[in-house]
Ligand binder design. Structure first.
Ligand code: FES
Length: 158
């Protein structure tokens, strides 16, 4: 079982015996694949001497951790201050309803993941979303819906 988890060995070795490093370990393990797979969490539990249940407790407490793979298109909706006052919440709701998932979730076909994030660094374009590396600014809920529909069409055509 541990063979296919060799990708996290270096992380586990780096923090071996270091107390208080669970969050860092989890962040670095997640950075490898974009999410925390169950087997990886079991191995982290084994090596840190913690129970799997308490590791899950930590993982589910922090929004930054993900237990399922990211979809093909990662949609990041900025909820930083500038975007917040420009209806980031409404954008998130519009995108959620287009895709039938909530923020933090991935569509069952694995195509889209919605994530809410802090400032994306382009506040003059607020409200902003990013899909992959592409920035979409000055959005309205209608524009956001259209963008998502265009992605869906593109996926259906491919
Ligand atoms: S607050 Fe959204 S880009 Fe800065």
């Amino acid at each position: 079982m541990e063979n296919n988890l060799s990708y996290i060995e270096d992380v586990l070795n780096r923090y071996k015996g270091k107390k208080g490093s669970l969050i860092t370990i989890l962040q670095q393990v997640q950075a490898k694949k974009g999410y925390l797979e169950q087997e990886a969490l079991e191995l982290v539990a084994k090596r840190t001497g913690m129970s799997t249940a308490s590791i899950y407790g930590v993982v589910t407490f922090y929004a930054q951790f993900r237990l399922t793979p990211i979809g093909k298109h990662l949609i990041r909706v900025c909820h930083g201050t500038a975007c917040h006052v420009q209806n980031a919440e409404g954008l998130t709701e519009a995108i959620s309803s287009e895709l039938g998932i909530k923020a933090g979730e991935t569509t069952p076909d694995g195509l889209f993941t919605i994530e809410t994030v802090a400032c994306l660094g382009c506040c003059s374009l607020s409200p902003v979303i990013m899909i992959g590396e592409k920035v979409y600014g000055k959005l309205t809920t209608d524009k956001a819906r259209k963008i998502i529909r265009d992605y869906k069409k593109m996926e259906m055509a491919s």
